[in-house]
Write a protein that binds this ligand. Sequence first.
Ligand code: 8YV
Length: 312
Amino acid sequence: MKPELIITARGHAGTMATLQSDFNSHLLSEAPDRDAFLRQHAPTVRAMATFGPMPVDGKLMDALPKLEIISNFGVGVDAINLDDAKKRKIIVTNTPDVLNDCVADTALALVLNTVRKFPQSEIYLRGGNWASRGPYPLATSIGGKTLGILGLGRIGEAIAKRALACGMKIRYHNRKRKDVAYPYDPDPVALAKNSDVLIIVMPASAETNRLVGAKVLDALGPDGYLVNIARGSIVDEPVLLRYLQEKKIAGAGLDVFADEPRVPPEFFTLDNAVLFPHVGSATAETRKAMGDLQIENLRLHFAGKPVKTRVV
Ligand code: 8YV
């Protein structure tokens, strides 16, 4: 008998195909009647595979009393209420490390594109402006500038390596100081003050909600750039929008937004923002590796073995 599994929403196609062949899978997002769907599967479902931002809270867990494991596709587990899972002794797993290099590549690209304005310069060329109006205005160099990393974990370290290769200096802030050579700042405001480019890499949680707001952006100042590859919830998005419109910071590079896939259209009119549609880990190789790890955790659990990457 294949174990019964709920898949919260459609995700990476190859991973979905394997989940659907190895498990008795049921897709929650496409259920015409969510309550009836949950009632139908409550007696048998022992596992959940989560994709994307659909919230998984105590109420949903209680609707599935046989649930033993939630296996997330992605390193960030902010959509899952970890305290609720812990209380119910439900295992939660994620997909760390396999995406570090890919996300760090995206981070470096976003830093470069934001500060050097490459996307805007291409739009300028495609609009026929080069011949009619002359060269694109000069941008700013990243060499010699300081990259402040808000959240120096494994992805942050991979970003630091790349930024150092471009001649940037590194500083960081974490809740706890780490045993690393980079200078430490005791809080996000101090880090912003000491940085030319502030990059958000920390996990999202209740404590980090809207952590980057007016105070941090004021400290970054009119010559400073903000880059976010973590979660949109960490930034006070309306405040950031206003700071970009009023040029209170020099620019922003955003791979993540507060209410994905919806992005406030006011961002589209800004010349000082570079916007990516959450492509941090979006390569065929990395998404396959993430899916393989998500599935491996489920298989290990049902083989009675410890999972590989447990969060709680
Ligand atoms: C993915 C991510 O875009 O790992 C994460 O936390 O945000 C990304 O790698 C996401 O998990 C895809 O659903």
